[in-house]
Write a protein that binds this ligand. Structure first.
Ligand SMILES: [Mg+2]
Length: 174
């Protein structure tokens, strides 16, 4: 069970992700979470660092899409600022939208990775689909109300992961 919450890679920030790590694993697509992964939820467009990150991915031959449980307005605007395709109301950790991404790109699960800040959505959802999962620390402590609830459960999962010596908060892989 805890396997589903165990990321392949645990980083402080997306900025610490070296595209070469993905290339070595033959990953062709990175599915990006938005809120608290690339930006705070009240930042409407991508900043220069997020834009530079997506450019580094593309330079390494890796496609990027954003996939968020947030609404169309939020997700489409943010995606436009990064010039990448988007998936909104994605119902992570359900499989529905991941399947759509795979259909749209023609890729297999082992060619895709996800990066996000939440164990209960990004990591659980990616794991259920057999994707490579990358966990980051939330950019800021501000969260939308629904996420605040998720965080309560998430804290329990972090505790279990630490207890089983699988993952320790703040003890990053690179
Ligand atoms: Mg998030």
């Amino acid at each position: 069970m805890l396997n589903y919450f165990t990321p392949a890679l645990y980083l402080k920030s997306y900025e610490d992700l070296d595209p070469a790590w993905l290339v070595r694993r033959k990953i062709r697509l990175l599915i990006l979470d938005i809120d608290n992964t690339l930006a705070a939820h009240d930042e409407q467009v991508a900043g220069d660092k997020a834009k530079a990150f997506v450019h580094r991915l593309k330079d390494a031959g890796i496609q990027a899409v954003v996939m968020s449980n947030n609404n169309k307005e939020r997700v489409s605007r943010f995606a436009a600022s990064l010039d990448v395709p988007y998936y909104y109301f994605s119902t992570k950790p359900l499989k529905r939208t991941y399947k759509k991404v795979l259909r749209d790109t023609g890729l297999k699960p082992d060619q895709c990775a996800v990066i996000g800040d939440q164990l209960l959505t990004d990591i659980l959802g990616g794991s259920r689909m057999g994707l490579t999962t990358i966990l980051t620390t939330p950019l800021v402590t501000r969260d939308i109300p629904w996420t605040k609830l998720n965080r309560v459960v998430e804290n329990q999962v972090y505790r279990l992961l630490e207890h089983e010596e699988i993952l320790k908060r703040g003890d990053y892989d690179e």
